[in-house]
Design a binder for this molecule. Structure first.
Ligand SMILES: [Mg+2]
Length: 257
């Protein structure tokens, strides 16, 4: 643990499968956060799950007794907003929950079905066939197409549920199109706000997560330290067979302490 945290500025955790599963804490989460607090290291949570606003996440974390303020919550939607701003795209068709759409609009974007400049898929837990139809029609107009994250499934207490990556596959089958860009993990730009805040580089950060192709892939080809925890999607066999390798691996966060 001492070795892992030495000279680090921040520890970033994935959410689902790492600190909690749905509405249940994973054993060791609070113990581990107590240790980082004692070591005076900043902690963040970084999730691809774009179904909630920071305010909604903050409420959820308060109920779970996880000590993250809204400023310490990074969602794939944050890096998507940043990237769409850079591309100067203002009118969007957003596949998303009402609260997420309203939150994105608060950054100066307009959500519209009529002649939007681009399409953005977020994890819309209020998805309807009607919305699937709207996205499909707009994809045929060849406007830019983006997604907040590539995750195929979202883990829950009752097993995995279809997530944005699965919808991307559905739209590929229907229209032949795949997103022009995906802004969440494993795109390391999602960590930019942390690098800026601490005026540091990826080598000063530790990322702890349970999924190989998003969390651990964040650290491939750069200096980010990654820790794979086997409390979520990945088991030892998957970890051993994968080309994506974490810097460290642990059975759970108690084991890591
Ligand atoms: Mg996860």
């Amino acid at each position: 643990m001492h070795h892992l945290l030495k000279n680090k500025k921040a520890i970033v955790f994935d959410g689902d499968g790492t600190l909690y599963l749905g509405e249940t804490l994973i054993a060791g989460s609070l113990n581990f956060l107590a240790v980082t607090k004692q070591a005076r290291i900043s902690t963040y949570i970084c999730t691809n799950n774009s179904s909630k606003t920071p305010e909604e996440y903050h409420k959820k974390y308060k109920n779970l007794k996880l000590p993250f303020t809204q400023k310490n919550i990074l969602i794939s939607t944050h890096s998507s907003i940043q990237a769409l701003n850079e591309r100067q795209l203002r009118s969007l068709y957003i596949l998303g929950t009402d609260s997420v759409i309203a939150w994105i609009e608060s950054f100066g974007f307009t959500h519209t079905k009529s002649n939007p400049q681009a399409i953005l898929l977020t994890y819309d837990t209020s998805l309807t066939y009607n919305k699937i139809e709207s996205v499909t029609k707009l994809l045929r107009t060849e406007i830019p197409y983006f997604a907040t994250h590539p995750d195929l499934v979202c883990p829950t207490e009752h097993g995995p549920l279809p997530d944005v990556g699965t919808w991307i596959t559905m739209f590929k089958q229907t229209t032949g199109r795949t997103p022009d860009a995906i802004f969440g993990k494993p795109n390391p730009k999602i960590l930019d706000p942390i690098l800026k805040k601490h005026n540091c580089g990826l080598e000063d950060i530790v990322f702890i997560g349970d999924r190989l192709y998003t969390d651990i892939a964040l650290g491939q080809g750069n200096a980010l330290t990654t820790v794979l925890t086997l409390t979520g999607e990945t088991d030892m066999k998957m970890a051993t067979e994968s080309n994506i390798k974490a810097t460290y691996m642990c059975k759970n966060l108690l084991n890591l302490i």
